[in-house]
Write a protein that binds this ligand. Structure first.
Ligand SMILES: NC(=O)c1ccc[n+]([C@@H]2O[C@H](COP(=O)([O-])OP(=O)(O)OC[C@H]3O[C@@H](n4cnc5c(N)ncnc54)[C@H](OP(=O)(O)O)[C@@H]3O)[C@@H](O)[C@H]2O)c1
Length: 387
């Protein structure tokens, strides 16, 4: 039995983790649940899975949760301290499904406690890859992929010696604006940007997929997960989202991992490792029905966010943390209708152009880079609103 703590249990990834756990009660036991503000769903989950602890974002919600869970013996925690305590509980696996920079400290707490962390929350590795890996090495913890592209690479690499690897190629659906003109993208509304063609995900990653920032963040994530130099990580647009990523070997051989676009598949892989957990309820992949798989190069003109993330990856140090902070602020400003869709990469580019970067090896420095990146992005957005 694998005991699991789920950070972000009420989100898109979190709820799908619980679906996989519900399907395999003989293998997976949910021991702790952390959520933000969706109390009714968290209460429902807690009553169903009976974890030892739950945590919520606000201290003000603790009383309501305690009274809803009275008699269950479930401890209720709150805030960043609650998240950190919950992340370090005695479990076999911590599933990191929070969104954005919020996930960094709980993941570090889990690693310090020697836990294995299956990480969907890519922003953690983007901000602090070297620090996260150092904590994992120091404590005997480990980071496993949960993002579908990285789960694909993990499978393609399995059993191959390191020297055999030439490069990895991440696939991207291209998002809702793959075929849109620059003028159409300039007028894009949050509703249009949130209408992803293949995946149902939380709002932040859906906007990141529409700008292609998500693919850039995944390139940085791949660097740390698989110890790859930035120039050995590429990306290709693949609108059908059937191939989830590929690995090229030195002999010219390629291995790809295929499956329908359903996050429960990579989740089951990460939770079940080293075994495969059956998911018979999923629609089988029918290649004949699909007929053809297509590939395109990412368009750097219309999707500058991808290039910006690759540049930050090459610069290294605190550059990816600054990029991530500016992007989080800009995505929220777009969702709040304060900037246009192209305003997202514009704000990130302006912040990167004026920032100084440090080596990015300790937590205080990363926190500071995150703070400065956010402040700078807010200034850029305010200035663009005034001009
Ligand atoms: N969705 C996907 O298919 C997918 C695929 C690959 C990777 N990812 C990555 O996985 C991560 C999660 O994505 P998602 O789409 O699942 O996001 P999401 O649906 O927005 O879920 C975010 C989760 O974080 C919780 N949360 C937010 N603020 C919190 C706080 N202050 N304290 C505690 N919990 C808080 C939310 O709780 P409440 O809702 O209760 O407020 C929710 O459970 C992202 O980094 C994303 O890039 C997602």
């Amino acid at each position: 039995m694998k005991r699991i703590a789920v950070l972000g249990s009420t989100g898109s990834v979190g709820t799908q983790i619980l679906q996989v756990a519900e399907r395999h009660p003989e293998r997976l036991q949910i021991s702790a649940l952390a959520a933000g503000r969706n109390l009714s769903l968290l209460i429902e989950q807690a009553k169903q899975f009976r974890p030892t602890r739950v945590s919520v974002a606000r201290a003000a919600d603790v009383e309501r949760l305690q009274s809803a869970l009275a008699g269950t013996g479930i401890r209720v925690l709150s805030g960043p301290e609650g998240l950190a305590e919950l992340a370090a509980v005695d479990v076999d696996l911590v599933a990191g499904a929070l969104v954005g920079s919020l996930g960094l400290e709980p993941v570090l707490a889990a690693l310090r406690a020697g836990r294995e962390v299956a990480l969907a929350n890519k922003e953690v590795l983007v901000m602090a890859g070297p620090l996260v890996l150092r904590e994992a090495r120091r404590s005997g913890g480990a980071i496993l992929p949960l993002d579908s592209e990285h789960v694909a690479i993990h499978q393609a690499l399995a059993g191959h010696p390191r020297e055999a690897l030439a490069r990895v190629l991440l696939t991207a659906s291209g998002g809702p604006f793959r075929t849109a003109t620059a003028a159409e993208m300039a007028r894009a509304t949050p509703e249009q940007a949130l209408a992803h063609p293949n995946w149902e995900m939380g709002p932040k990653i859906t906007i990141d997929s529409a700008t292609l920032m998500n693919k850039g963040l995944e390139a940085i994530e791949a660097r740390w997960l698989f110890d790859l130099e930035p120039d050995r990580i590429g990306a290709v647009i693949h609108p059908e989202s059937i191939i989830h990523s590929l690995v090229e070997f030195v002999d010219g051989s390629w291995l790809a991992q295929l499956g329908i676009p359903d996050m429960r598949i990579p989740i089951a892989y990460a939770l079940g490792m080293p075994d495969r957990l059956p998911l018979p309820e999923l629609k089988p992949l029918d290649l004949v029905e699909i007929g053809a798989l297509h590939f395109e190069a990412p368009d750097a003109e219309r999707f500058p966010a991808f290039r910006l993330a690759l540049e930050a990856n090459r610069i290294g140090g605190t550059a990816p943390a600054v990029l991530n902070a500016a992007n989080e602020v800009a995505v929220q400003a777009f969702l709040d209708r304060r900037i246009s869709f192209p305003g997202i990469p514009e704000a990130v580019e302006a912040v990167l152009a004026s920032a100084d970067f440090g080596p990015g090896v300790d937590l205080d420095e990363i926190r500071e880079a995150d703070r400065l990146g956010r402040e700078a992005a807010l200034r850029v957005i305010e200035d663009s609103a005034c001009s």
